[in-house]
Design a protein around this ligand. Structure first.
Ligand code: SF4
Ligand code: SF4
Length: 429
C-alpha cells in the first residue's frame, strides 16, 4: 500500500507497510482508492452536465460525504466503504442520465449519422475530448468563415446530434483514440483544441498549435478559460491549409432512444432465435498490445449477434466490417464513454420485456478500462447488480487480491484472459 495523506505518515514520507501508522490496512486503502477514483470519474461527467445546465444536489452531497470517508481516522471498515463505492455507482447513473438529457436538450434528439472520416482541402481546426458545449461554442464562433472543424477521438459521437451535425462549419471526423494524438496532431497543420482527457503533453512540433479548455492544460499549450475561441480561429487562419485525404464513411448515433424505437423488431428476432447475443465491447483505449484482445474478441462474435460499443475503445474494433443484421450494422456505436448509460438503458429495457434480470439476458459486457471514468462506469454496473462483467487488459493496480476476491464472489467480476476466442465461447455457453 502507499498512503502519505497525514502528518503521522511513516518516516515522514509514506505508509507503505500494511497496516499504516493509523491502523488502516491495504484493503481499506484499496476500497478508499476505488471510491476516490470512482468519484473523480463521476466528477468529470458531472462537470460536463453542469455546463449544460444539469446538476443534482443529491449528487453533490454524496461527493462531499464520500470524500470525507477517505480522510484519516474516519472509516476503517471495508464493508461500509464498499457500500459507498456502490452508492457512487448509483449516483454516477444519475449523473450520466443528467448528461444525456443535457446533450439532448441542447443539441437535439440523437439519430444515426454517416460520418466522413478524413480531411478536405482548406484551413481547419481539430477538436478532441468530450465537451460538446465547447464544440458548439467553437462552431458558432466560426460562422461566416471558411474554416472546417473536424472532430477527433471522443468527439466523434457529436455527429449524432442534429444541431451539431447540421452546422455548416462541422466538416467531418479525423483521427482515432487518444494514444494516436502525437502522430495525428503533428500531421494536422491547423490548431487542435483539447477539451478534456485524454490529452497528451505535446512535443514542440505542435505545442504552439495546441489549445486546451478550463481545467485541461499542458506545458506550452494555450489554455482557454472563458469559451472565447478567437485565438484558435486566428491561429487556424495563419496555418497552412489541410490537404485532402482519403475519406471513408462510418456510422454512429445508436443512442438508446434509437435502439429502443426498434424494440419490437429486436424482441421478436430474439424470440425467433434470429439474434443470438448482444455484446457490449468498449470503454477506453490505450497503447498496450494486450488491447488487441478486444478486436480479436469482436471479430470472433457470431454473425447473428450485435456489438454495442462506446468510448474510444470503439477504435480498437472500428476498422472491421462486421456486416449487417436485420437492416442494421452489427456494430452499433452508442457514443462517448458516458453513453454507457445508453447500453445500460437498452439492457434494462430488454430485461423488462422478457421479465428477467439483466443477468439472464443473452448479454456479455467486455469493458476496456484505462482511467477513472471507467471506474465510475464499472461501479454503476456493479451497483445495478450486473454480474460477469469482464475488464481488462490489466487488473486495476489499486484493487488488492482480497478486495478483488470480494468483487469476484459478489459480482462474478472477471479479467480478460489470454485467449479471447475461448472467453467468447465461454460467454456464449
Ligand atoms: S492516513 Fe494512516 S496510512 Fe495514511 S499516511 Fe496517515 S497514518 Fe499512514
Ligand atoms: S474513453 Fe477513456 S481513454 Fe478514451 S478519451 Fe475518453 S476518458 Fe480517455
Amino acid at each position: 500500500m502507499f498512503c502519505n495523506q497525514c502528518e503521522q505518515t511513516a518516516h515522514g514520507s509514506g505508509c507503505v507497510l500494511s497496516p499504516g501508522i493509523c491502523g488502516k490496512d491495504e484493503d481499506v486503502q484499496s476500497v478508499q482508492e476505488m471510491l476516490l477514483y470512482g468519484l473523480k470519474g463521476m466528477a468529470a461527467y458531472a462537470h460536463h452536465a453542469r455546463r449544460l445546465g444539469k446538476s443534482d444536489e443529491t449528487v453533490s452531497a454524496f461527493i462531499e460525504e464520500a470524500l470525507f470517508a477517505t480522510m484519516t481516522n474516519v472509516n476503517f471498515d471495508v464493508e461500509s466503504l464498499l457500500e459507498m463505492c456502490l452508492e457512487c455507482g448509483r449516483q454516477n447513473m444519475r449523473v450520466m442520465e443528467l448528461l444525456d438529457q443535457g446533450h439532448i436538450d441542447h443539441f437535439g434528439e440523437p439519430s444515426p449519422a454517416t460520418i466522413r472520416e478524413g480531411t478536405v482541402d482548406g484551413q481547419g481546426i481539430l477538436m478532441t475530448g468530450h465537451d460538446l458545449m465547447d464544440l458548439w461554442n467553437l462552431l458558432k464562433q466560426c460562422e461566416g468563415t471558411d474554416l472546417k472543424v473536424y472532430t477527433h477521438g471522443e468527439m466523434l459521437p457529436a455527429h449524432m446530434y442534429p444541431k451539431l451535425r447540421e452546422h455548416p462549419n462541422l466538416e467531418g471526423h479525423y483521427g482515432g483514440a487518444w494514444q494516436m494524438q502525437k502522430r495525428e496532431f503533428a500531421a494536422f497543420p491547423g490548431p487542435t483544441v483539447a477539451t478534456t482527457n485524454c490529452v497528451l503533453i505535446p512535443p514542440d512540433e505542435y505545442a504552439d498549435r495546441l489549445f486546451t479548455t478550463r481545467c485541461t492544460a499542458v506545458p506550452k499549450g494555450q489554455q482557454i478559460l472563458d469559451d472565447d475561441f478567437s485565438a484558435v480561429i486566428a491561429k487556424a487562419q495563419q496555418c497552412p491549409p489541410v490537404q485532402a485525404s482519403e475519406i471513408k464513411q462510418s456510422t454512429t448515433g445508436f443512442h438508446h432512444d434509437v435502439v429502443l424505437c426498434l424494440a419490437d423488431t429486436i424482441v421478436q428476432a430474439i424470440k425467433d432465435g434470429k439474434i443470438s447475443h448482444f455484446f457490449v465491447i468498449g470503454g477506453c483505449d490505450g497503447a498496450e498490445p494486450g488491447r488487441n484482445y478486444f478486436s480479436e474478441y469482436a471479430e470472433a462474435t457470431p454473425a447473428d449477434s450485435f456489438i454495442l460499443t462506446l468510448g474510444c475503445g470503439k477504435y480498437r474494433i472500428w476498422n472491421h466490417d462486421y456486416g449487417q443484421l436485420h437492416g442494421l450494422p452489427r456494430l452499433l456505436d452508442m457514443g462517448q464513454c458516458n453513453n454507457a448509460y445508453s447500453a445500460i438503458k437498452v439492457a434494462i429495457a430488454l430485461s423488462e420485456v422478457f421479465d428477467c434480470s439483466v443477468n439472464d439476458l443473452p448479454l456479455t459486457l467486455v469493458v476496456s478500462w484505462f482511467e477513472q471514468k471507467a471506474v465510475a462506469v464499472l461501479l454503476t454496473l456493479l451497483a445495478l447488480g450486473v454480474k460477469g462483467v469482464t475488464i481488462g487488459p490489466n487488473p486495476p493496480g489499486f484493487v488488492t487480491p482480497n478486495v478483488f476476491k470480494v468483487l469476484q464472489d459478489k459480482f462474478d467480476l472477471r479479467l480478460t484472459g489470454k485467449d479471447p476466442q475461448r472467453d467468447l465461447e465461454l460467454a456464449l455457453a
